[in-house]
Write a protein that binds this ligand. Structure first.
Ligand SMILES: [Zn+2]
Length: 126
């Protein structure tokens, strides 16, 4: 619960980010705490994010119509990572990405390895 509270600014950003994409489904889960929103697509996912299938912003998981098998598992690992490093996760995540790139970022590597989610042209964002 403490991590959920400390991550609340990111969760709020996640809720705003998904509401502007007109979600057609939402669920709330506990242990860990997270929301799953389903949208057709995220219109704001451009440039580097144009192949995004799913993403996690705070305790909000956004699944698009492009979501593949294991993508939800991948995003749940990011939820657990945020619980492990409350509030500072995103600083660590972007520092890792800056140093090593997206796929070699240790948080992405853990998420892809454990979830066995697909990495290819249709990249997952966070
Ligand atoms: Zn990821």
């Amino acid at each position: 619960m403490i991590a959920f509270i400390l991550n609340s600014p990111y969760t709020l950003l996640g809720i705003i980010s998904v509401l502007v994409c007109f979600p057609y489904s939402v669920n709330f889960h506990q242990n860990p705490y997270y929301f799953i929103f389903k949208v057709r697509k995220c219109w704001w996912a451009k440039f580097h994010f144009k192949y995004m299938r799913a993403c996690c912003i705070g305790h909000v998981i956004i699944l698009t119509d492009k979501t593949l098998k294991n993508d939800l598992k991948h995003e749940l690992i990011h939820i657990k990572q945020q619980e492990k490093y409350p509030f500072i996760f995103w600083f660590l995540y972007y520092w890792e990405t800056y140093k090593k790139g997206y796929r070699k970022n240790r948080f992405e590597d853990e998420a892809y390895t454990i979830s066995k989610s697909y990495y290819g042209k249709n990249v997952i964002l966070v």
